[in-house]
Design a protein around this ligand. Structure first.
Ligand code: AHR
Length: 508
């Protein structure tokens, strides 16, 4: 096999990779909010106003750009007025989607906005269309973002917050084709237009309204939502219309929904099937973008992948409704492959939110329910290694001589995934070796600008299922990578088997 080459024109920057594709999602589900973010004001776990300090610190370290809340399916059951005012007077509710547990609404609007301020992250509020009213939603926007003495602004003040908050992202429903109301797309498109109309820009606050979008390859859903926006092509300067973005959800697993596979105990075949499914994200983005391009050639409407990541069978012995799963090196490479796809589609993908931040699905952070100990997952480390891509300009990576592997039920799997970006005088190259056994050397054929230095980091482990625990928190952790050498065409980079490598290039 000849050497794999990655040709990169450092002087041909493409679309800017929004930092918001590194966004996160926190639902009232299992131990994500309760126990994950929120421990309450009486907790022994160090906290600020009930919010775990170590979780905030870890997420600030990866420059978390936004946080989607309160769901997910939960959002279409959530009535925001139950989550304001004195905590001991808040009504309870049943979280019927996730474990059928009783929720005491201790974490509500003020707690979420406090969390976002502590994180330095933009709030993405997902509003209830499934079981809420237009008035209820409209009043939530007013409560959050209005400055004067309007009824909702006065109520906010009575609850202790003088100034309005800034809320840039507003979700219109969630999975409207399923838990969000089992709606037909034509019906939902009308509702999305209606609700969007009453999600008003108050004062200087500007909302990007995001209509609940398709699952997987449901191109008809995207097509219908886009058509509902009318003629977007006619006037390049005219605004997009009632909503400014549509979403897409796609989860990766190694088996069917009925038996998604174990997070930690998997075969080599399952590894490759997982990687093949992760790579489907690129095809989905290409095809949903093609549909959008037909209606919106000026790209006024964004594509928001507001749920993505791995979904495994829950850890044995845990509540099946809580979606708690471990996170291994395999999850890290699923993440890097998705992030490569988001970079490649930076011209259309304006935001993405991995599901979900703490203790649920492909989490950044796991916390021990008994001791409270915090663990950073391998996926967290990929996000940490990629901070240099935030708001950088995408560079096209032309890969040559990439080995492939047949995967049953999928197209052949290319075993190297890559992406790159440039910001000022630094470029960042991301390289994933999906091969379980073989190391590989990749020549970076770097054109257009001089490279005066480099720093490389590697994330790998001796086994595919390696993961971090409170006892062994650094079983999978990034290290400086010495396997980078000068080459006549740029640099030569060693990729260990099953590894993720980033190379930061100093362009002088
Ligand atoms: O992330 C878990 C669930 O997955 C969300 O609540 C829902 O939107 C999706 O089906």
């Amino acid at each position: 096999m000849s050497t794999t080459t990655a040709v990169i024109d450092l002087d041909l920057p493409g679309a800017t990779i929004s930092r918001h594709v590194y966004g996160h999602f926190a639902e009232h589900l299992g131990r994500c909010i309760y126990g994950g973010f929120w421990v309450g004001e009486d907790s022994d776990v160090p906290h600020v106003r009930g919010i775990r300090s170590d979780v905030v610190e870890a997420l600030r370290a990866i420059a978390i750009p936004n946080l989607r809340w309160p769901g997910g399916c939960f959002a279409d059951d959530y009535h925001w007025q139950d989550g304001i005012g004195p905590r001991d007077a808040r009504p309870r509710m049943v979280n019927s989607h996730w474990g059928d547990v009783v929720e005491d609404n201790a974490f509500g609007t003020h707690e979420f906005m406090d969390l976002c301020e502590l994180l330095g992250a933009d709030p993405y509020v997902s509003a209830n269309i499934g079981s809420g009213t237009v008035r209820e939603m409209s009043e939530w926007v007013e409560y959050l973002t209005r400055a004067d003495d309007s009824p909702m602004a006065a109520l906010r003040r009575a609850n202790g917050r003088e100034e309005p908050w800034r809320v840039p992202f507003w979700g219109l429903g969630n999975e409207a084709w399923g838990c969000g109301g089992n709606l037909r797309v034509e019906q939902f498109a009308s509702l999305a237009r209606q609700y969007a109309t009453y999600a008003r820009d108050q004062g200087g606050n500007r909302l990007t309204r995001i209509a609940a979008g398709a699952a997987d390859a449901d191109y008809h859903w995207t097509e219908t939502l886009m058509r509902s926006l009318g003629d977007l092509a006619a006037d390049p300067a005219a605004p997009a219309g009632p909503f400014q973005a549509v979403s897409l959800h796609y989860y990766t697993m190694s088996g069917p929904w009925s038996d998604k596979g174990s997070a930690t105990d998997f075969t080599t075949d399952e590894w490759y099937r997982t990687m093949a499914r992760a790579r489907v994200m690129d095809e989905l983005l290409t095809r949903h973008s093609t549909v959008m391009d037909r209606h919106d050639p000026h790209r006024k409407v964004g594509l928001v992948v507001d749920e993505w990541g791995t979904w495994w069978n829950v850890e044995p012995g845990t509540n099946p409704g809580f979606l708690y799963q471990q996170n291994t090196l395999r999850d890290a490479l699923v993440a890097s492959v998705h992030l490569d796809a988001f970079h490649a589609h930076a011209d259309r993908v304006v935001m993405a939110n991995i599901a979900q931040t703490v203790n649920v699905l492909q989490a950044m952070i796991l916390t021990d329910p008994d001791t409270g100990a915090l663990v950073l997952t391998p996926t967290y480390h990929v996000f940490a290694m990629n901070v240099g891509h935030h708001d950088a300009d995408a560079l096209t990576v032309h890969l040559r001589d990439v080995p492939t592997r047949p995967v049953e039920g999928s197209a052949d799997l290319p075993l190297v995934s890559a992406s790159a970006s440039v910001k000022d005088d630094t470029a960042l190259v991301s390289l994933s070796n999906l091969d379980t056994d073989a190391a590989r050397t990749v020549v970076l054929d770097l054109r257009g600008r001089d490279v005066v230095g480099h720093t490389a980091r590697v994330l790998t482990a001796s086994t595919l299922g390696a993961h971090n625990t409170p006892e062994q928190g650094d079983a999978v952790a990034p290290a400086l990578h010495a396997g980078v050498r000068a080459h006549a065409r740029g640099l030569e980079v060693d990729l260990p088997a099953h590894s993720y490598v980033t190379v930061a290039l100093d362009l002088g």
